[in-house]
Design a protein around this ligand. Structure first.
Ligand SMILES: Cc1ncc(COP(=O)(O)O)c(C=O)c1O
Ligand SMILES: [Zn+2]
Length: 393
């Protein structure tokens, strides 16, 4: 498969792969020469995984893989509540417990291809957990910058145990990202935030798997933070359409928290660029981001697919988290935003009742145990006797 990097702003093409943005400052994307692609998979809902679609991934060497992708697509009781065909694709079932693994298997493989010895990222948590895991598998050093005190404990635990050098900065995610971009440049680290176009290539396989399993839905709803995933999934659908494998693209629908809502605000005014939110705040720490680096890609994905964006409150997020959990789907708060957003759009009449919708739940419940205790309280504690237990049943 032949490909090159192309600037989404000025169209400039690059053969070299060790860059993240264009000379003009624009974001890059991997442009595939479709004439050079030989499709060697069948959309038969069998053996779903990131690497099933290798012929559409820009990788030349043996993948660094922990068997990512192939995540379950569930029916839920939301279908009765909202009278729609609703599926939940649970990305928390990936090896590190979030969708980031799809990007990291490709991104870390690219790091090896480019001869890099170390990888780095800024993170609201899941990126660092995933990167640390894949770097460990590949034998690379891993450096992580986190907003100190603002990352869910499960994610920090993963990054630490998988051997990353974890540095908390007294600042927010957006500041951490600006710093890690500079440090990576100075130290020669391979940057694995979603500004890296190869990482998004892995994440586009969410679209491939959805089509593989159920065909093209009318809409995909997902939480938006740095806005890489919505851009990646849209690219996946767009590519299948350009290859003639599907003939429509779902409406890409982004959900943000009220306290971290720059994409929502841009879409509300029909703008092509965001105004940053300077002090983002939400219980959904994974999407506590005020200046999404992929905003331009994400806004195009939303407008070109006739999608939309919606904001939800922290209370709505936690309610959706509880509702999913009570039918066996354990997700972290940011992931529940997708369901909260879907409910809101249905209530507002933006979504019609006969649509087929896929909600992406991006990360696992265990990622954020502290949020669970805040939402549910601690377990009751009693004396070790039958009487005491019976009293609290
Ligand atoms: C659980 C979870 N959901 C959603 C997102 C947002 O994804 P993106 O930054 O690609 O918009 C993140 C990002 O960290 C995440 O960890
Ligand atoms: Zn450019």
């Amino acid at each position: 498969m032949e490909y090159y990097l192309r600037c989404i702003e000025c169209g400039k093409k690059y053969e070299r792969e060790d860059i993240y943005t264009c000379e003009c400052g624009g974001l890059l994307e991997v442009a595939i020469n479709f004439d050079s692609v030989e499709i060697d998979f069948r959309l038969d809902s069998n053996n779903l995984s990131v690497w099933k679609y290798r012929c559409l991934l820009p990788i030349k060497t043996e993948p660094v893989s922990l068997k990512e992708g192939g995540t379950p697509l569930y029916h839920t009781r939301l279908e009765e509540e909202l009278e729609c065909g609703i599926y939940v694709k649970h990305e928390g079932a990936n090896p590190s417990g979030s969708f980031k693994d799809r990007g990291m298997t490709v991104g870390v493989t690219k790091a090896i291809e480019l001869g890099k010895k170390a990888v780095a990222c800024a993170s609201t948590g899941n990126t660092s957990a995933s990167m640390a895991m894949y770097a460990a598998k590949a034998g690379l050093k891993a450096y992580v910058l986190l907003p100190a005190g603002k990352v869910a404990l499960g994610k920090v635990a993963q990054a630490l145990m998988h051997g990353a050098r974890v540095i908390g900065i007294r600042g927010n995610f957006d500041e951490a990202l600006a710093l890690v971009r500079q440090i990576s440049e100075e130290e020669g680290f391979y940057l694995l935030n979603s500004v890296n176009p190869f990482r998004l290539e892995g994440q586009k396989t969410i679209a491939y798997e959805i089509v593989d399993e159920i065909g093209v839905p009318d809409r995909v709803v997902l939480p938006v933070g740095n806005a890489g995933n919505i851009s990646a999934i849209y690219k996946g659908f767009r590519e299948l359409k350009e290859l003639g494998l599907i003939d429509s693209i779902p409406k890409m629908t982004g959900v943000q928290a009220e306290g971290a809502n720059p994409i929502y605000r841009a879409v509300k005014c029909g703008k092509e660029a965001i105004d940053p939110v300077m002090n983002p705040e939400t219980v959904a720490t994974a999407i506590r981001i005020g200046q999404p680096v992929n905003a331009r890609k994400a806004l195009r994905a939303i407008y070109e697919s006739n999608g939309t964006a919606v904001q939800v409150s922290d209370d709505e997020i936690i309610q959706a988290q509880k509702d999913l959990a009570r039918e066996g789907i354990g997700v972290e708060p940011a992931s529940a935003a997708s369901v909260a957003g879907l409910r809101k759009l249905m209530a507002e009449g933006v979504i019609e009742r006969d649509e087929v919708i896929v909600c992406i739940t991006t990360g696992h419940l265990l990622k954020d145990p502290e949020a669970v205790i805040r939402a549910c309280g601690k377990p009751v504690e009693v004396d070790a006797s039958l009487e005491a237990i019976k009293e609290v049943l």
